[in-house]
Write a protein that binds this ligand. Structure first.
Ligand code: NDP
Length: 281
């Protein structure tokens, strides 16, 4: 293998140390509220992980577990209470919500200043406007890992495969934002000649949800490859990138697991700290 491994686990550990140090300086720790609806085991595991991360860095967590039979109005009432609670700096509603509950409406109900997932239209709008705000955790994690390893971004060609509002679209905006200054192409399932396009990238990001779709054919020699995908295949976690063959061509690559996943979790803590700091002036 020739590629440098971009070790998200190690960078996330560093980010967590920084957050813990900043939290220790605060007169009262930030509070992160998690709202979990229903009994989906994966959602329970994600929220448990996020609460453990918070505890590790000294962030207080406030947890609400709600029955899947809750109505949208009842869910909104819980969010309203958390919006009004001065001890809560960040609110995270674990998505997807079960049944007919509307996740987007729930996120819109969150006070944008407490929207630590960075998915409220207000915060996404600030991103479009290139103004400071709470940014979505996964794209922020990608930017942070590139920065940590000193991967040049300004003036480089980036291709992001996947245009979801959760990952691909905000990441494309962040790569193209003033200060990052990449030239970005946002690709998706209707993109023509995708392998050719991908091969034009200095930085190639796969946020697709198709196991090992990005093969060596997609990658220019020396390119940086960021694999956002998390797919379970035969009980094993695999990314959207065919790691073994791509690592022979790429200059740098994030592994799965241990790449973007830990960064996403760490950036939630950064956002909670940021929300607390700006709420407290
Ligand atoms: P979505 O399903 O919302 O979006 C997938 C995107 O990929 C769509 O834009 C779709 O195109 C595009 N796509 C699908 N198939 C192809 C194809 N064959 N060729 C090109 N483009 C294609 O997924 P998410 O963005 O939410 O997640 C993407 C992956 O990232 C998943 O594996 C998910 O589990 C993972 N993930 C990982 C996180 C982490 O922390 N590491 C956090 C969040 C997600 P179109 O729009 O045309 O349908």
């Amino acid at each position: 293998m020739t590629a440098t491994i971009l070790d998200g686990k190690a960078v996330a550990a560093r980010v967590k140390e920084e957050v813990a140090a900043a939290v220790a300086e605060m007169p009262t720790p930030p509070g992160l509220a998690t709202v979990l609806v229903g009994d989906d085991p994966a959602s329970h595991a994600y929220v448990r992980g996020k609460r453990n991360d918070a505890a590790e860095v000294g962030i207080r967590s406030i947890h609400h577990e709600l029955d899947a039979s809750i109505t949208q109005e009842e869910l909104h009432r819980v969010i309203d209470q958390l919006n009004a609670d001065d001890g809560v700096d960040g609110i995270l509603v674990q998505l997807p919500l079960p049944g007919d509950l509307d996740g987007e409406a729930a996120v819109e109900r969150i006070d944008p200043g407490k929207d630590v997932d960075g998915l409220h239209p207000y915060n996404l709008g600030r991103l479009v406007l290139d103004k400071p705000g709470l940014r979505p955790c996964t794209p922020s994690g990608v930017m942070r890992i590139l920065d940590h390893y000193g991967i040049p971004v300004a003036g480089k060609r980036a291709v992001v495969i996947g245009r979801s509002f959760l990952v691909g679209r905000p990441l494309a905006l962040m790569l193209a934002a003033r200060g990052a200054d990449a030239t970005v192409t946002l690709a998706h399932s209707r993109t023509a000649d995708l392998p050719d396009l991908a091969r034009s990238a200095d930085i190639l990001v796969a946020a697709v949800g198709v196991p090992r779709m990005v093969t060596a054919e997609y990658v220019a020699p020396g390119a940086t490859v960021v694999d956002v995908g998390i797919n379970r295949v035969d009980g094993k976690l695999v990314g959207d990138v065919a790691f073994d063959e791509v690592a022979e061509v790429a200059g740098a690559i994030t592994p799965v697991p241990g790449g973007v996943g830990p960064m996403t979790r760490a950036m939630l803590l950064v956002n909670t700290l940021q929300a607390a700091a700006s709420r407290r002036g």
